[in-house]
Structure formats: C-alpha cells, structure tokens
Write a protein that binds this ligand. Structure first.
Ligand code: F6P
Length: 527
C-alpha cells in the first residue's frame, strides 16, 4: 500500500526547494543550444503525438530530482492502486474507474458484485447497436423518417468533454465521409440556450439525450422539460425522441419514458466521463461507434504510457511534475492551454473543469489543511486568435504564466489556400513556432515598452493530425496529468464539495427563503 503524504513532507521536495534554478530560457533556448534542447527534451505519446519540454525551466539536475520526487511520492504505485480498484476518492468513498472504460490496466475490478470492465464494455456495445439502428433507419421517428440530429442535454462533465470531442472530430469525420449526424448541446439553465438550439434543429428529426450521472442536476432536469415541452407543442411523441445516460441508482434510471437508457456509475467522475456512455452515446450517434472506438484506443494507449515508472518515458507524469515544480517552487499561479487547432476550441473549457474541479482544494485527502499551493488557474483559447487578444499580458505582463501549446502538422481536411507563398496550415505552424521562441528568448530593446524579457516557459504537444486516436491520447494525457498532480499535492482529485454551497443558496432563493445580501441580490433580479 502506498503512503499518502503531504508534498512538503517529502525529502525530494525539500531538496528541490533548496536548489537554485539557473535555467535561463533566454540563454539555453538561443542558437544551437536551443536546437539541441528541442531534440533532447521530448517524449513520445500515443496517437502520433509527442510531448516537448525544451522550453521549460528545467535541466538534467532538476529533472533527476523530479524523478526522485515521483518515486518518493509513489506515483506509479498510487496509479496502480487506483486502476486495481482501491477507494481513491476518499471524500465520497468511491473507486475511481474512468480508465477502465477504455481498457483494463490491472486486475479485474469487481465492485457491487459486478466486473466493472465488462459492465462498461456492455454499455458501449448497447450504444453501438442502438446507433447502428438509428443510422440504418431501423429506428426512426413516428413518420418513418431518419433522425438527422442528436442533442445532448447535460452540464459540467455531462457536457464539456463530449462537446469538446465532438467539435474536435466533426470536420475530420466529415472530410473522411464518417459524419452520420449533427450534434448539438444544451447545458445552461438560461432559456436562451435551449431556445437557440431548438431553433437551429428540426425537432421532429432529432434525438435528445438527457445526460446526468446523478439524475438530480437542476439545469439538466429543467432543460429536459424545456425540450419535452417543445416536442409536445410540435405534436410529437416525446418518448420516441428522448434517451437517457445516467447511473443505475439515479432517479432518472427509474423513468421508463425514454426510448433507450445507457448507464455509467458513481465510479466515473463527471469530468472524467467522456470515455463512458456520457461521451459514448452522442459521439457514436454523430460519428459511428467505430470512430468512438478509435478514440478509446487512443486513450487506452496513452493510459498505458502513464503506468511507466520513469517520468522521462511517461509524458503525463513528467508534465505533472514540471507543473508542480512551476506551481510550488517557481510560484506560478496560472497556466494557459493554447491549442493551435480550431477543432480544439472547447478543449480549454473542458480542461478548466477537469483540472480546476479536481485540484482546486485546500485540504488534503484526510481533510487537513495543506501549507502549499495546489491547482493553478487554467484558461485558454485557440491560437492564433489568442495572439490577437491576451498574449500581450503573456509576453509583457507582470506575471509569468506557463503555457501549454498544442499543434498538428496537417489540418483535418484537404482544403487549404496559398497566400503570399504559404498555406493557412503552414502559417498556423509558423505562428506556434514563433511564439514558443518569442516567449523563451524574448528580445532586448532600448525602448522598455518594446522590450521582451523572455524566460517565459512553455511546453508543446505536437501531432501529425487531429484524428480520433490523437484526440483520445490528448484527453488521457491531461486526465492522467491531473491525477498525478493530485497525488503529489495529496488532495482528493475526485470529489467537488466546492460546488455545493452555491447550489444550496440558489435553492433558498428559489424557495424565497432569503435574508440580508441574498435577499437584496434576489430583489435586484426581480425574484
Ligand atoms: O456541480 C458540479 C457537478 O457535480 C459536476 O462535477 C458534474 O460534472 C456536473 O455537476 C453534472 O453532474 P450530473 O452528471 O450528475 O448531472
């Protein structure tokens, strides 16, 4: 059994604190030494990706101490305990089994009398069979017309991951003749969200998937009724259009009014549920089960890499260690995710939840306050759009913000145009290369306003093309990075008590049980 200790009690961490950081990116990333670092500091990932960390403030001495830290913190052993079915989510007393939805890394996990790998596989099979019937026209609307659109109703983990992946693969699937249905998403309880989506689809030819693990999320239940109302008003048989994805113990599971229901369980955290039925249903309907299976293969291959003991061969662990070094030794409070890929436009939003809901904690897994910083703020936008927006602060602001760039050699479609001697894809690549060097090396200028200090760290995940395998590998990389960071900070990355207080107060407002500022704000809103 691994021992769970606070980061600041680990000897290798204390040694890291005493070590000076002499890595000046302005020097080491300049000229030939920069080229040598780019060639040296790289780890292969699954899905044709690789992780580059040449432009991080590390050298062989720091990396070797980080490897000591990984060993002392027993990261590999803790991951093994997790995938072998230990109660890692101590707060909620739950197993943590999302990796099992895409492959079995260890022993069979039997929980509640069920082999969980078989359970998740059976759900995927059920979804695949259902999707095939929808695509072949065996399942149609009342008029016998095929369904053209699938609309997912869910929020948080029941929305962000599936939405980000759908957007990531939509153009790729269309370019490869694999797109079967359009997918849309309703999440916000703002009625304008549901109205806008409903206005953009033919409801008579749409399937709606209500996705909620708990089956109690107010936003989702409200939007379900919103959609049912629209279906009724259109004179349609609601039960022919509604599907459910939930856990077998939720109130939704008891509702027989769905055309079909697919299940996950409490051992899959919402923000880690994209590889379960939560992502499986919408993505299999949109692109076909084969594409979803390829996405899962990419995840499984990357999960396998995460079991490597040596951080220099384990990209997620290395990324996690460097991130903790930046947070707890160098003191950087924020990190940005910058995909140079329009298809990844919602990836930063998904990773905001995955990372910040997991590691935004002030107490350790035993409920004791920790004396060090935990999860950083994460934000991001696709490049090059971000360059024309917030990069000013990234280049010249008073805070140093470590950057995670993502890019691909090829676009997802064959369509491109050559202007002034280069294609759009080449221009995109040129920009990401330029930015990494600009942040690292800076530029001296006599005019302080035009001076770039440089020494601003970044890492780079580069791939051939954003395929389903690459997309899966990318998502697994970040899920596992977050998990390893949670282990290092000794927090429980798998509960989210911090979202409860707001929910309770909102209920009081709705029940008109308010006083003081709660009443005053409610009055301002006319509630
Ligand atoms: O309120 C936060 C949260 O519990 C997230 O962790 C979760 O992803 C989201 O709500 C949706 O939950 P559910 O799938 O149970 O509706």
């Amino acid at each position: 059994m691994a021992s769970w200790k606070n980061l600041d009690t680990l000897q290798s961490f204390q040694e890291l604190q005493k070590m000076e950081n002499n890595v000046r990116l302005t020097e080491v990333m300049a000229g030939e030494s920069g080229a040598a670092r780019v060639a040296k500091y790289t780890v292969p990932m699954a899905g044709g990706l690789s992780y580059h960390y040449a432009a991080k403030k590390v050298d062989d001495t720091i990396l070797s101490k980080l490897a000591d830290l990984a060993k002392e913190a027993e990261l590999t052993e803790k991951f093994a305990e997790l995938y072998n079915g230990a109660v890692i989510n101590t707060g909620e007393k739950r197993l943590v089994l999302h990796q099992l939805t895409r492959g079995q890394l260890g022993n069979p996990v039997i929980a509640d009398g069920v082999d969980k790998f078989e359970f998740y596989k059976a759900q995927q099979k059920k979804i695949a069979e259902f999707a095939a019937k929808v695509h072949s026209g065996e399942i149609t609307n009342e008029k016998g017309e095929t369904f053209t659109t699938v609309v997912q109703i869910g929020i948080g983990g029941s929305d962000l991951g599936p939405r980000a992946i759908y957007l990531a693969l939509e153009n790729w699937a269309a370019a490869n003749g694999l797109k079967k249905m359009d997918a849309k998403f309703i999440s916000n309880v703002d009625p304008d969200d549901a109205v806008a989506v409903l206005n953009s689809v033919d409801v008579s030819r749409s399937l709606f998937i209500v996705v909620s693990k708990s089956g109690t999320t107010l936003e989702t239940l409200t939007n379900e009724l919103f959609v049912k109302d629209a279906l009724e008003k259109a004179g349609l048989d609601v039960s022919k259009h509604m599907l459910a994805v939930t856990s077998e113990t939720s109130p939704m599971a008891k509702n027989s009014g769905y055309l079909a229901a697919f299940f996950m369980d409490d051992y899959i955290g919402g923000r880690y549920s994209s590889s379960s039925a939560v992502g499986g249903a919408v993505l299999s309907l949109a692109f076909g089960p084969e594409v979803f299976a390829r996405f899962l293969d990419g995840m499984a291959a990357e999960d396998k890499l995460a079991t490597e003991q040596d951080p220099l061969k384990n990209p997620a662990m290395l990324d996690a260690l460097i991130g903790v070094y930046e947070r707890n030794i160098l003191g950087y409070a924020v990190t940005a995710l910058l995909p140079y890929s329009q298809a990844l436009s919602r990836f930063p939003a998904h990773l905001q939840q995955a990372d910040m809901e997991s590691n935004g904690k002030s107490v350790n897994r035993f409920g004791e306050p920790v004396n060090y910083k935990t999860g950083p703020v994460l934000f991001g936008e696709p490049g090059t759009n971000g360059q024309h927006s917030f990069y000013q602060l990234l280049h010249q602001g008073t805070d140093i913000i470590p950057l995670q760039f993502i890019g691909f050699k090829k676009s997802q479609t064959e369509k491109d145009v050559e202007v002034q001697g280069s294609t759009s894809q080449i221009k995109l690549g040129a920009n990401v290369a330029a930015q990494m060097v600009a942040f690292a090396c800076g530029k001296q200028d006599e005019n302080p306003n035009k001076n770039f200090d440089g020494d601003r760290p970044s890492s780079f995940i580069i791939g051939e093309q954003l395929t389903p395998e690459a997309c899966g590998a990318l998502l697994s990389h970040f899920e596992n990075k977050i998990m390893f960071q949670g282990f290092l900070w000794n927090v429980n990355s798998f509960d989210q008590e911090g979202v409860q207080l707001g929910k309770v107060l909102a209920k009081r407002v709705l029940a008109h049980d308010t006083d003081g500022a709660l009443k005053a704000f409610s009055d301002l809103l006319g509630i």
